[in-house]
Design a protein around this ligand. Structure first.
Ligand SMILES: Nc1ncnc2c1ncn2[C@@H]1O[C@H](COP(=O)(O)OP(=O)(O)OP(=O)(O)O)[C@@H](O)[C@H]1O
Ligand code: SF4
Ligand SMILES: [Mg+2]
Length: 328
């Protein structure tokens, strides 16, 4: 197996809300290999963004990393000085942020925004950065790059703005791209185009991708391996094939059943009745128990550990073997 490019180990993140605390990430460990596309799937509030953004030093001030390491090429991002982290972010690790409207600068020409990334990281001089920007716009499928270079974000459609975000993230040829819901706001046809574009860039550049999504269908179509998050914990982690053939966690089984044929408009996660919890204290039992058709007394009193039930297939469920038997 290829060496880990990013290895996150026992990450714990808490937010202070004044009156209480939110336990957003509760002991998450996983790695991303070179060239691998890893899907990070879960409902809203499950901790997908906070897991990756805290590793990059990009969570709000009321957030605190309580424990863990996040090693990128062997160096712990959590121990780096802000300046060091800024160097890596945008150069070695490209990020497509969840909300493109707030992350593009509305009063700056899009060409300048793409160039800026290269100039800031001293990836290229002005002339080279300009040429590369035109090339990137072309690769992103934006017609007439020279003319479009001078346009502002509001002069583009949602799909085109997302392509510009991708161009910025890819400008310095990162080894790892973190794509946080890169297609959520887009209609299905544009979504497919953007995913195809990302896949093509990944193959061309041998880049790793962490694809954060609440859409299990997007993850299974795009990724080699998937982790499923719930209440800031990994519920299941396996190869995509394994997820589709043998899901061993009741939550994942629900997600799998929720995949609707491509082409349908709404592919939100709504697999199992109920809501994902926001934890205001550390989990002491299975966070999924209130929604789980398999729940027993043990589930309500004992925290299930993430354990390897077959090679490279990890599940946090006391009854994984029975669930697996049920799924087959
Ligand atoms: N600044 C903050 N203050 C308090 N709680 C926060 C803060 N940021 C995130 N949280 C909480 O942390 C938890 C994880 O949030 P996160 O943004 O990672 O969810 P997510 O899985 O990315 O969801 P979405 O699909 O909606 O983007 C949620 O319960 C959220 O409310
Ligand atoms: S540990 Fe129990 S409640 Fe939790 S997912 Fe497994 S069977 Fe369901
Ligand atoms: Mg998010």
């Amino acid at each position: 197996m290829a060496e880990a490019l990013l290895a996150i180990d026992d990450l714990r993140v808490q937010f202070d809300r004044g009156e209480d605390e939110v336990f957003a990430v509760n002991g998450v460990s996983f790695s991303i290999a070179e060239g691998e596309a890893l899907g990070i799937v879960g409902e809203s509030g499950s901790g997908k963004s906070v897991t990756l953004m805290s590793a990059l030093g990009l969570i709000r001030e009321n957030g605190k990393i309580m424990a863990g390491t996040a090693k990128f090429q062997g160096h712990d991002l959590l121990k780096m000085r802000p300046r060091q982290l800024e160097d890596i972010r945008g150069r070695d690790i490209g990020v497509i942020f969840q909300d493109p409207m707030t992350s593009l600068n509305p009063v700056m020409r899009i060409g300048d925004q793409i160039m800026e990334s290269m100039l800031t990281h001293q990836y290229a001089g002005r002339r080279e950065a300009f040429e590369r920007t035109l090339q990137l716009l072309h690769e992103m499928g934006i017609p007439e790059p020279k003319a479009r270079f001078r346009n502002y974000p509001h002069e583009f459609s949602g799909g085109m703005r997302q392509r510009i975000m991708i161009a910025i993230a890819l400008a310095c040829e990162p080894q790892l791209l973190i794509a946080d819901e890169p297609t959520t706001a887009l209609d299905v046809t544009v979504q497919m185009q953007i995913l195809a574009l990302l896949q093509e860039q990944r193959r061309k550049k041998q880049m790793s991708i962490a694809m954060i999504t609440h859409d299990f269908g997007v993850a299974t179509n795009f990724c080699d391996r998937i982790i499923v998050l719930y209440a800031g914990q990994i519920m299941e982690m396996a190869d995509t094939r394994q997820f589709l053939l043998q899901p061993a966690h009741p939550y994942t089984m629900g997600l799998k059943n929720s995949i609707i044929e491509i082409g349908q408009r709404d592919r939100q996660l709504s697999p199992i009745p109920g809501m994902a919890p926001t934890l205001t204290e550390p989990p002491k039992s299975c966070s999924f128990a209130s929604r789980c058709p398999f729940a027993t007394e043990r589930c309500r009193s004992e925290l299930p550990a993430l354990r390897e039930i077959s090679p490279n297939h990890h599940v946090a469920c006391h009854r994984a073997e029975e669930v697996l038997a049920h799924a087959i």
